[in-house]
Design a protein around this ligand. Sequence first.
Ligand code: PLP
Length: 407
Amino acid sequence: MASADQTLSPLYATYARADLRFERGEGVWLETQDGRRFLDFGGGVAVNSLGHAHPHLVEALKSQAEKLWHVSNLYEIPGQARLAQRLVEASFADRAFFTNSGAEALECAIKTARRWHYVNGRPERFTILTFEGAFHGRTLATIAAGGQKKYLEGFGPKVEGFEQLPFGDIEAVKAAIGPQTAAILIEPIQGEGGIRVVPAEFLRALRALCDEHGLLLVFDEVQTGVGRTGRFYAYENSGVEPDILASAKGIGGGFPLGVCLATEDAARGMTGGTHGSTYGGNPLAMAVGNAVLDVVLEEGFLTHVRDMALLFRQSLEGLKDRYPDVIEEIRGEGLLLGIKARVPNADLLMSMRDKGLLGVPAGDNVVRLLPPLIVSAQEVREGMARLESALAALSVSGAAIARDDAA
Ligand SMILES: *Cc1c(COP(=O)(O)O)cnc(C)c1O
């Protein structure tokens, strides 16, 4: 029987859902069944890169839906070749494998790295070094890669071949490299971990260590990719190129789509029959992925992202100065922003929601702002005004100001 009560719901109780039911969206706005409007600065957790119901994406999906949905990878899929070609031209990569999610893109990245050593005659090299605070997905291998206890507990033996090191500790990396080491896997900016930006010099040092020891450098850009940080991929901010990269979230704009990118050399072990996916790269996903790139790769689009990022940054730093008892720090790059809170992040999110503004929680007591990349200057200002009222409601000094105003 239908019921809103979680204990009677037929769904797994794995999610703590907010009591909101959205019916439609347009651009950065979401509307509930009962007609309340919210400014969506959560962006479906960095997925709705072009906002809701973007006309170009709607058109691409509709027209593909009328032609062909799925044929399987037993046949040529022209949209795959086209999207792969465009990704290769826009990045370090030479090869692409399409998936349906971020975790699957990571699985492909992990298999690609291990297989490279295997075909190079070093099958004993299968261990991948990762970092504390990382998030790489929820499959058995990716929870092992992420290394977080809360995600591993109760799921049997941790998948072998992952070693977790302290964040930003290059000496620990040097000490950990041994005869079993295959690769280093890192998010250029930790998303779920709390918008922790990895310094460019650390990424450069990892690149040098990989080159020195014959290891592969793997970037998890599932959250940071496809324009989110103001570059097509975030690694461009540091100038450090990986050998393998996992991308998802924003690349599908809301349609389930991921991709593993690799250099020709790194992909050399992934020969006929070594990997596959039933749905990966199906015509619907390819139509949407290509439509996302039509917009993101358009001249001036990433400049717009960087301009909006600057506006956000200035406003957020101002709010931090005015509400130092609520905001400890502003973090991030581009439109991947984090507010490290001095109150519980859940309280800040609740207060924001009361003012019709949506964000996303992250580790380290951070509230993430991941607005659609198409956000306008006016919408940024509207969002910052709503954020200010949310902060004032939580701030001791702000609350006092509000009371004075009312008096
Ligand atoms: C979201 C995310 C993943 C997992 O993606 P799914 O599509 O949920 O499988 C992996 N890595 C990072 C950095 C992410 O943000």
